[in-house]
Design a protein around this ligand. Structure first.
Ligand SMILES: *[C@@H]1O[C@H](CO)[C@@H](O)[C@H](O)[C@H]1NC(C)=O
Length: 335
């Protein structure tokens, strides 16, 4: 009896610690006007907390969890390839130009975040190895499954690997659509064997486009009509995937500048850090704020975009905090 209760207390403590650790993740939450800070740099206390940034060339591994539309996969691959493409491959302003703002962040040795992100492997978890209801911690088990699979496993690369788990439309994820569209964190050695940064982003197409595919869909529950110039039109033909691209961009910017959640963030509470993309939610161009996305471009079909990518692709990605200019910034800025 005594032993048993001792165990229960221990278990409870462990669970508590665990819960603490889990709630420590950093997430893309829904667009909120209150979190736009364009031009108000006095309010921002973005600080460096001495931890590492992703300074060496990143090997990115995608885990496609669930059933994916090949067209959507192609759009996402092209976005990843655009991050470090040369100016010859994508015209200005490009996705790589957008990434240059992220590169302004350094670690304590003065090394900048890398400009090289290679798609180094893909794993297709078409059998939903961990079901269709996933907790936050499940993401780590999904990575573990991908790196230990008997058929074409991904390499386990703790030196310069970054794992991106993308879940299909039919997968429910804890807090997805309710509070988050994506998050990043790092793996625990007891789940995956090593500590390696990862991010998760869900396809929101039918589950909650108004929240996670903003600004290509309008939140029904906002209680406000869409802006007079209408909602944005998706440059790659699908609100779900085009919205997801901006969330992926957001998470990649943050995982690179705060991979172990001890580098670049604002706020006094490390369990709820405000990171370099959180500061600019909902901003895509000059003059944005208060529900207006800002000045962006339109292609010949009237679709909205702010950066160019490889193969003539166009994308709409949110801005990130520029630590030199001390404001939100993107390469399509007019000033
Ligand atoms: C590295 O970061 C510093 C500080 O923000 C910046 O001045 C420099 O231009 C950056 N280098 C690159 C290659 O982005």
């Amino acid at each position: 009896m005594k032993l048993l209760s001792c165990y229960s207390v221990l278990l409870l403590l462990l669970l508590l610690c665990f819960h603490e650790a889990l709630s420590w993740s950093t997430e893309y939450t829904q667009f909120s006007q209150a979190e736009n800070y364009e031009g108000s740099s006095d309010l921002i206390s973005l600080e460096y907390h001495m931890g590492p940034v992703l300074a060496s060339a990143i090997n990115l591994y995608i885990i496609w969890y669930g059933q994916w539309n090949p067209t959507h996969q192609g759009t996402i691959r092209d976005f990843i390839d655009s991050l470090s493409s040369s100016s010859a491959a994508s015209s200005y302003p490009s996705v790589a130009d957008w990434w240059k703002t992220v590169r302004l962040y350094t670690d304590q040795t003065g090394s900048n975040i890398t400009g090289t992100i290679s798609l180094s492997g893909e794993f297709y978890d078409t059998g939903y190895s961990h079901g269709v209801y996933l907790s936050r911690l499940s993401m780590q088990s999904i990575i573990e499954t991908a790196v230990t699979s008997r058929s074409r496993p991904l390499p386990l690369n703790p030196r310069n690997g970054l794992y991106l788990v993308l879940t299909s439309d039919d997968v429910r994820v804890e807090d997805f659509c309710r509070a988050v569209c994506g998050f990043h964190y790092f793996t625990f050695p007891f789940v995956v064997g090593v500590t390696v940064p990862y991010a998760w982003v869900g396809y929101s197409g039918s589950q909650c486009p108004g929240m996670c595919a903003y600004p290509f869909a309008w939140p029904k529950y906002s209680g406000k009509p869409p802006p007079s110039d209408g909602i944005m039109r998706a440059p790659n033909g699908d609100a779900g995937v085009d919205g997801m691209i901006s969330v992926i961009a957001h998470e990649l910017a943050e995982v690179s500048s705060n991979p172990l959640v001890n580098a670049w963030y604002a706020g006094d509470d490390p369990t709820a850090p405000t990171e370099i993309a959180d500061l600019c939610l909902g901003l895509y161009g000059s003059g944005g704020g208060g529900g207006y996305v800002g000045k962006v471009y339109k292609d010949a079909w009237g679709n909205d975009y702010n950066v160019n990518g490889v193969k003539g692709r166009r994308f709409l990605v949110q801005w990130v905090w520029n630590p030199v200019k001390r404001r939100c910034f993107g390469p399509n800025a007019m000033d």
